[in-house]
Design a protein around this ligand. Structure first.
Ligand SMILES: Cc1cc2nc3c(=O)[nH]c(=O)nc-3n(C[C@H](O)[C@H](O)[C@H](O)COP(=O)(O)O)c2cc1C
Length: 198
């Protein structure tokens, strides 16, 4: 089993594509957040936007893997109405005590990444080791290798500085702090088929 889990929700496949690449680069396990009810059609779109705007929880299925077995959980979300997607927020809220350290990435049409990344950091009650935002345009042309590589390098260097298993065994404080959105600023400037079987 890997020390890293990449955990994502994807309605139309962009986040899934990035999650898959990340998992390969990190040598991580991969987990898709599943829901009881599909989000297809205009109804699914509107419900998604409404839940995101209201900060409502989604009806997700229990994760099929134990998150506390991992040293690092990388969460991936699409941006919905300027926020993180409700299924990912729900997972973060439900599992935050199981998540020792986190990285966060989001995919988006063009705006809302800072608030979406901050949503998840706040839901997790911890400052992520690193963050990444990628636009659909970048993903479509596969023009994000450099950003992906530096995200992976940042996560790896933090992980390498962390003795394996130490946090879980000694029960130490994992450095959970109040999240400062300013830490997202350097990565907050991206240029302007339903895959997750539920
Ligand atoms: C309900 C809904 C709201 C969205 N709101 C935004 C938004 O506020 N800003 C933005 O840049 N993109 C927005 N998007 C576009 C998605 O963030 C973008 O297409 C993302 O890559 C989709 O990821 P997915 O294919 O993994 O579901 C929205 C999409 C949906 C379905």
């Amino acid at each position: 089993m890997s020390r890293i889990l990449v955990c994502y929700y994807s309605r139309t496949g962009y986040t899934e594509q990035v999650a898959g690449k990340l998992a390969r680069l990190l040598g991580a396990d991969l987990m898709c957040i599943r829901e009881r009810r599909p989000r297809t059609g205009i109804g699914g779109y509107l419900r998604s936007a409404w839940e995101a705007l209201q900060g409502r929880d989604a009806d997700i299925l229990p994760p099929d893997t134990c998150l506390k077995d991992y040293e690092l959980v990388v969460l991936g979300t699409p941006v919905w109405a300027g926020h993180a997607a409700s299924p990912v927020r729900t997972l973060a809220r439900q599992q935050r005590d199981q998540i020792r350290h986190a990285g966060i990435f989001c995919t988006l049409g063009g705006s809302g990444q800072v608030a979406a990344l901050a949503d998840l950091a706040q839901d997790l009650h911890q400052t992520p080791w690193s963050t990444l935002a990628l636009t659909d345009g970048e993903i479509e042309v596969e023009g994000y290798e450099e950003k992906l590589t530096s995200f992976v390098a940042a996560l790896r260097s933090r992980l390498n500085a962390e003795p394996a298993g130490r946090a879980g065994i000694l029960g130490v404080d994992h450095g959970r702090t109040q999240f400062d959105p300013a830490c997202l600023a350097p990565q907050a400037q991206p240029p302007a088929a339903e895959r997750c079987r539920r």
